[in-house]
Design a protein around this ligand. Structure first.
Ligand SMILES: [Zn+2]
Ligand SMILES: [Zn+2]
Length: 257
């Protein structure tokens, strides 16, 4: 699912001569490789910041990453006010949250003008510096997954630079996945397998940190939704309705001790 909306103030990375790459040599290598493969313009390099640290990414973008996210691209734009949209790479979670789309990529609401934490940067900024590209790459993945995640996030960046950002219809099965296969040379099956493996691993890590304690159930179809924490807001069954529907609101059935 999408990164959680948090009232954090974005502290945008400074514009430098080149990109900010807070990354391992492997990530750096694939970054340059796919930057060239995608024919991305050199002029955007100074506006790019990549990190493998979730907290740093959150500082830059003001957005908190869901634990399951393997990679994320965020376009931050200043047009009188700061707005941004995010595209993340993660498996979808079940359950529809009220007021939010189930899409794995959700454009997030813009920041208000007052939330810009570095107005000084903006005052002296040239036309060039009216936006930033922020990328997160999860460090704890197998090397091939690192490679394809770098390619994946740069495809989002390329879309944005060309003015045609895409939403995910289905991770691993949509047009973005097809482009990912074309650019990396991996076939789609292999890409899906990698995504599945990494997601399963993240899920395992998450379970180790927060074991499942609450079993919610759909009053209509009976599907169970195990959870580590209680839902903080009403959630309905995603099988019974793709959008939030109070008729299928999940009920707490039991608590595991
Ligand atoms: Zn994506
Ligand atoms: Zn249901």
């Amino acid at each position: 699912m999408a990164a959680k909306r948090k009232p954090g103030l974005p502290a945008l990375p400074p514009v430098q001569a080149g990109p900010i790459l807070h990354a391992t040599p492997l990530v750096e290598r694939w970054f340059w490789h796919y930057w060239q493969r995608l024919g991305l313009p050199e002029s955007e390099l100074a506006l790019l910041a990549l990190t493998q640290d979730r907290r740093e990414y959150q500082r830059w973008t003001g957005k908190r990453l869901n634990f399951m996210v393997l990679g994320c691209y965020c376009y931050v734009q200043f047009a009188g006010k700061v707005s941004s949209s995010m595209a993340d790479r993660a498996s979808c979670k079940p359950g529809q949250t009220e007021g939010r789309r189930a899409s794995a990529m959700v454009p997030l609401p813009g920041f208000s003008e007052g939330s810009l934490s570095r107005p000084a940067v903006m005052e002296g900024a040239s036309e060039l510096a009216r936006h930033r590209h922020c990328i997160f790459i999860e460090p704890d993945m197998q090397p091939r997954s690192i490679e394809v995640t770098v390619a994946h996030e740069l495809i989002h960046l390329a879309d944005r630079v060309r003015g045609t950002p895409r939403r995910h219809r289905h991770h691993g099965y949509d047009s973005i996945a097809a482009d990912e296969a074309a650019i990396t040379g991996y076939d789609l099956e292999e890409l899906r397998r990698l995504l599945h493996e990494e997601s399963a691993r993240r899920e395992q890590l998450r379970r180790a940190r927060a074991p499942l304690r609450y079993i919610y159930v759909c009053p209509n179809c009976g599907k169970e939704y195990p959870r580590a924490r209680r839902y903080s807001r009403p959630v309905s069954c995603s099988l019974c309705d793709k959008a939030y529907n109070p008729r299928y609101r999940l009920l707490l059935a039991r608590e595991l001790l």
